[in-house]
Design a protein around this ligand. Structure first.
Ligand code: TMP
Length: 210
């Protein structure tokens, strides 16, 4: 396999889908193949972007306008791409990111009803020429994902949303998977962990076993 080219892989899904566990599977595969790996997340990934994450996730009395949420997501992303993702890719590393612009399409686009054209324009401002080449969509029924997430921690501002919101988000991921067949891989995350790992490893062999 070519050891020098940077690789950009993302993981997506609703809360409780098991992205962190899947990220460890992807990381292990690349480490076993001798690659240097950077694992990171969005919103966040730099000190400034993590501050924006705190603002985005904290429940608050004042309702956050959808456009505010959208712009804060992209503000965090622009910082993260500039400080972490681009330099790592330029150094030939593998970047594995927990969420990226597909989450904006699913949550702010499908979930909040903001325009996909606007999202694509902001993506061009925040990370032109820096897009994931492979995206694992960890898919679980919304109720199961939310139940898993609720066992972990107190509900953040997003987790306080309605089931209907998360159904729209899941539908947003589904629509992306149907449109972006070359990049998206749906992983049925209701299955046993060893089956999830097997599928991820097979997809990586096919996509990156060069
Ligand atoms: P999590 O990744 O720890 O689940 O928390 C991030 C939350 O932010 C999650 O509810 C999804 C949401 N989010 C968006 O709404 N849009 C985005 O672009 C990103 C990256 C995350």
């Amino acid at each position: 396999m070519s050891a020098r080219r940077g690789r950009f892989i993302t993981l997506e899904g609703v809360e409780g889908a098991g992205k962190s566990t899947a990220m460890a599977f992807v990381r292990d595969w690349f480490v076993d193949h001798g690659r240097e790996v950077v694992c990171t997340r969005e919103p966040g990934g730099t000190p400034l972007a993590e501050e924006l994450r705190g603002l985005l996730k904290a429940p608050r009395e004042e309702p956050m306008a959808p456009a505010t949420e959208l712009l804060l997501m992209f503000a965090a992303r622009a910082q993260h791409v500039e400080q972490v993702i681009r330099p790592a890719l330029a150094a030939g590393k593998v970047v594995i990111c927990d969420r990226f612009t597909d989450s904006t399409r699913a949550y702010q686009g499908a979930g909040r009803g903001l325009s996909m054209t606007t999202i694509d324009r902001l993506a061009a401002v925040a990370h032109a020429g820096c897009d994931p080449e492979l995206t694992f969509w960890l898919d679980v029924p919304v109720a199961l994902g939310l139940e898993r997430a609720a066992r972990r921690e107190a509900a953040d501002r997003f987790e306080q949303e309605t089931l209907a919101f998360f159904e729209r988000v899941r539908g947003g991921f589904q629509a992306l998977a149907e449109r972006e067949t070359a990049r998206f891989r749906r992983v049925d995350a209701t299955r046993a962990l060893n089956e999830v790992r097997n599928q991820i490893e097979i997809e990586l062999e096919v996509a990156h076993g060069d």
